[in-house]
Design a protein around this ligand. Sequence first.
Ligand code: TYD
Ligand code: MG
Length: 472
Amino acid sequence: MAKSRVQFICQNCGSVHQRWAGKCDACGEWNTLVEEGTSGGIGSGPANTRNARKGRPVVLTTLSGDIEDAPRIISGIGELDRATGGGFVRGSALLVGGDPGIGKSTLLTQAAAALASQGHRIVYVSGEEAVAQIRLRAQRLGVASAPVELAAETNVEDILATIADGKRPDLVILDSIQTLWTDLADSAPGTVTQVRAAAQAMIRYAKSTGAAIVLVGHVTKEGQIAGPRVVEHMVDAVLYFEGEGGHHYRILRTVKNRFGPTDEIGVFEMSDKGLREVANPSELFLGERHAKSPGAAVFAGMEGTRPVLVEIQALVAPSSLGTPRRAVVGWDGARLSMILAVLEAHCGVRFGSHDVYLNVAGGYRISEPAADLAVAAALVSSLTGLALPADCVYFGEISLSGAVRPVAHAQQRLKEAEKLGFGSAVLPLGSEELVGANGSGGIGAGAFQPTELADLVARIAGSRRSRVDEQD
Ligand code: TYD
Ligand code: MG
């Protein structure tokens, strides 16, 4: 039977459906199925199978051999190089995703200018902005004199013909993938079929010539244009540029990297002259701390290879609702419920008639279970109204049995805390790495290492007694 000519493709995850439906079965998003023709679609194979030709043998080669260029091009923007794992890799494709307006074009303009000034050939193709707009941005960033080659174009064939002219570019930036279209696919620009076909053509170019390419992709809430998800598996590395509305800093997070670690972050601050690197993020996320306020605990976290200190704030207030509220910003809601349950079951702390709000300072997002201990400390502190010591950091995982479990990199976390002037720590027992540091004293020496969460709760509650004693 002939294959039907029409299919419905989810613009969020790219799964193919034979019939239209309100909800995509694969990713659960609503209103994302769009009708697209099948011809030219990626995965449907070459459109014309009738003139199929006999295969041409390719030359097989060996693992050893000469590599002409340095395999990476380093921008010199430290936070960007960190996130890419040490610079852009030649012959690779990198996807930079993020919400519209977050600063993707700004970041890449700065990177392009930095690289071009070093003598690399950099081509910046914008499908979203006119040349004049890009020039205006470059002036604002103070990089207008950098020899970046600029074009406003959206057709893939035209772009390929343009960059084939002259010396092979070292880096080609395509802003954005959603505006590109190729003659090979007959869907509208921005649909899954077009985005995939255009990305594939550009990736093929990168692999065959050794130029690095960067694809910019907007994250979309409405399924009207295809999101970066549909090209994530095709590219070598995926970076997401994130930020919270109202905050000035931005985090470049590595989600996938075939040539480097995937848990790195780069931190930037958006200023009126573009993005500025933030070499020490802890200072940013700690912000202005008010020493004696109950409900705040400093978590010593890790982002990839880098320690980051961030303040966790809890507010526990009596509730007038039948089902008290649990609201979380910057952390996992299910994990909060778990910590509350452990506190109730093993430590005798009751939250049943209280609303609980948890916030990670500065709009930062934590994914590490090591934050459990800091969260528990902040919750107990807010409930009892007893402020935690201002110079103390917390980290450790809490198990359902109420035990405090060791986490990795205890040494590095403590070192960062010490560097920023913290004098004490609460951390799990059994972080053996600590032994070496203790010899020289420091923050590790006076650390409190509970085995049970109840020990920490008792210590916080006990601070009330010692304070009363002081007053006597
Ligand atoms: P942009 O890079 O155009 O975002 P994207 O490409 O991700 O859509 O950034 C746009 C925002 O950044 C815009 O709201 C203005 C702001 N901005 C600054 O605050 N300072 C600057 O120097 C520049 C160039 C932009
Ligand atoms: Mg842009």
